[in-house]
Design a protein around this ligand. Structure first.
Ligand code: FES
Length: 151
């Protein structure tokens, strides 16, 4: 997915964080079927997250305080999942499952959930359950003051 995925406007940070289940689940049903990664080995200890810092045109997507340590949030309007595996360490992922392209529905405890076929991903985007074998596609993310920016 290109950087055009994001519009370059800055939204109020609390307008897009919310329960993800129903909306994403409905959209997920229409998004399935893009590809099948059957036969690929599940990464044992993959490090799929990018270490590239966000660029100068990065946008604010959330407040640092909005992302729980040891958890994450679904940013519906950004189509992103942002996690904080350990305090001060953030990850951002495009909210599309690596199995067959369903929309991720949200984060429960320390797992990122795909509702279509039951795949679960850890807070680093690595698949831990279900048919997905590839990590989620990551985006550069960083804390800038009290804001999280993705670019
Ligand atoms: S699309 Fe099949 S588990 Fe996500």
């Amino acid at each position: 997915m290109s950087s055009d995925f994001f519009d370059r406007t800055t939204l109020g940070r609390r307008t897009f964080i919310g329960g993800a289940g129903a909306v994403a689940a409905g959209a997920a049903l229409t998004a399935c079927g893009a590809s099948d990664d059957a036969g690929e080995a599940r990464p044992a200890a993959a490090a799929p997250t990018t270490t590239t810092p966000p660029g100068p045109d990065a946008k604010v997507v959330a407040a640092v305080a909005d992302v729980p340590v040891g958890g994450g949030v679904m940013l519906e309007s950004e189509r992103l999942v942002v996690t904080q595996p350990t305090e001060g360490e953030f990850r951002a992922f495009i909210a599309i499952c690596s199995h067959q392209g369903c929309n991720i529905s949200g984060v429960e405890d320390d797992r990122i959930i795909c509702p279509c076929h039951g795949s679960r991903f850890d807070l680093d985007g690595v698949p831990t359950e279900g048919p997905a074998k590839r990590p989620l596609k990551s985006r550069p993310v960083a804390a800038r003051g009290s804001d999280l920016v993705v670019g």
